[in-house]
Design a protein around this ligand. Structure first.
Ligand code: ADP
Ligand code: MG
Length: 398
């Protein structure tokens, strides 16, 4: 059992005075390619990270959701009856919002006690938010026998509840990629999600270690102001462009139709946004082909093209991301790109094992030369989805 699962269980018992019923965990995710495409009805290709959020939980007879966050060293509670947009604020909204959303869907859920801890970097673009939602939702499913982790189909219901918590209660207009990845990814696979067709998924082999490679995450630890406004502005750009082009979603436009579509748009900014979305969806498709053929040179090249498109056409990169990507490539990465929404957060680099140390050193040196906060660089692999963690009774009460 993971040490963090044990910690969550132990702290649960200290705080609530009895052993938890169980421990549930859900992973963070990193998107390999397909950025800002989910809300455009396009393709994304995330993996689940080995880093996860753990929730030790037990049921209550009333409707109170009482949560101890070990990472924030805080406790908070709310009645499910009081949950509403913006209420409760802060981190409790992610947990209580998920339980609330399950109840809204008609599931017989009650209050619960929950202690959570995580090794998913928080606010780094690796979706600690979906991880805590997935862990809380998985716990509620287990405690109240909802069976939502039993099959991929039932997990879709939990994805919807987690997303509803984030969109409606927390108020973050995210597109569903994060929750789908955290709940539906499989080990050694990336998950191709088609948001143009009801988030239909296909598992794509992703075992870079078997090819002498590693996937590095470079957490820039930089967050820029106005991020939320920029995300909303990009979505508004896309909606306006779709209206001008007479399509419901930009993802309906094929690469062949792109030149004509661009010529029909009034505004240069809109043209660049549409070009990113349409070419990014095509790159995601090409990346799946390359992975299925084991062509990692091509995967790296597509990462590089994706980064350029996000930087120049979608304008969501940042100096920290651009530098991390350039340093990684200069030291031998096959390819590197920003990942997640942008304006800070994390980049990824596909690196031959022999170049790992050189890439880490190049990123560290580049940041040091600018006197920036050091980036946090670590290797990841495609891990499994949210699930109950096997914890023996003896371990819960020891
Ligand atoms: P990201 O998902 O990229 O990490 P978000 O801003 O979407 O960043 O979500 C981060 C927020 O999610 C935190 O500010 C906090 O409110 C909540 N959260 C994530 N992980 C935890 C945790 N382990 N304990 C409590 N709250 C958490
Ligand atoms: Mg998030």
């Amino acid at each position: 059992m993971s040490q963090l699962a044990h910690t969550a269980a132990q702290r649960f018992e200290q705080i609530f005075g009895h052993a938890p019923t169980g421990v549930w965990a859900a992973p963070g995710r990193v998107n390999l390619i397909g950025e800002h495409t989910d809300y455009n009805g396009g393709l994304c290709l995330p993996i689940a990270l080995p880093q996860r959020t753990y929730a030790a939980a037990g049921p209550r007879d009333d409707d109170i959701v009482r949560v101890a966050s070990l990472d924030f060293d805080e406790q908070a509670e709310v009645s499910l009856d009081d949950v509403a947009p913006g209420v409760p604020g802060g981190w409790l909204g992610y947990v209580a919002g998920t339980i609330w959303a399950l109840r809204e869907r008609g599931f017989a859920v009650h209050g619960l006690d929950l202690a959570t801890t995580s090794d998913v970097p928080i606010g780094a673009g690796l979706s600690s938010s979906a991880a805590i939602e997935g862990a809380a939702g998985g716990a509620a499913s287990g405690l109240f026998n909802l069976g939502l982790l039993d099959s991929d189909a039932s997990r879709v219901t939990l994805v919807d509840a987690c997303r509803r918590a984030e969109n409606h209660i927390v108020g973050a207009p995210t597109g569903g990629l994060d929750q789908t990845a955290s709940l539906r990814c499989l080990p050694r696979h990336a998950l191709l999600i088609d948001f143009g067709h009801d988030a239909r998924v296909r598992q794509i082999p992703f075992d870079v270690a078997a090819h002498g490679l590693r996937l590095l995450v470079i957490d820039t630890r930089a967050k820029h102001a106005l991020v939320d406004g920029q995300y909303a502005a990009r979505r508004a750009n896309c909606e306006q462009a779709a209206r001008e082009l007479g399509v419901d979603l930009l993802g309906r436009i094929t690469p062949e139709q792109l030149p004509d579509a661009l010529s029909r748009l009034s505004d240069q900014t809109l043209r660049r946004r549409v070009r990113h979305v349409v070419t990014e969806i095509a790159r995601t498709r090409q990346c799946c082909d390359a992975l299925e053929h084991g062509d990692f040179q091509q995967v790296g090249e597509l990462f590089n093209q994706s980064h350029a498109s996000l930087r120049d056409d979608y304008e969501v990169s940042s100096p920290e991301l651009d530098l991390a990507v350039a340093a990684a490539r200069g030291a031998g990465a096959l390819g590197a790109r920003m990942t997640g929404g942008g304006f800070g957060g994390s980049a990824i680099a596909l690196v031959p094992v022999a170049a790992l140390d050189a890439v880490k050193r190049a990123v560290a040196d580049a940041y040091l030369a600018r006197e920036w906060t050091p980036a946090h660089v670590f290797a990841v692999h495609a891990a499994g989805p949210a699930d109950r963690v096997a914890v023996h009774e003896a371990q819960l009460v020891e």
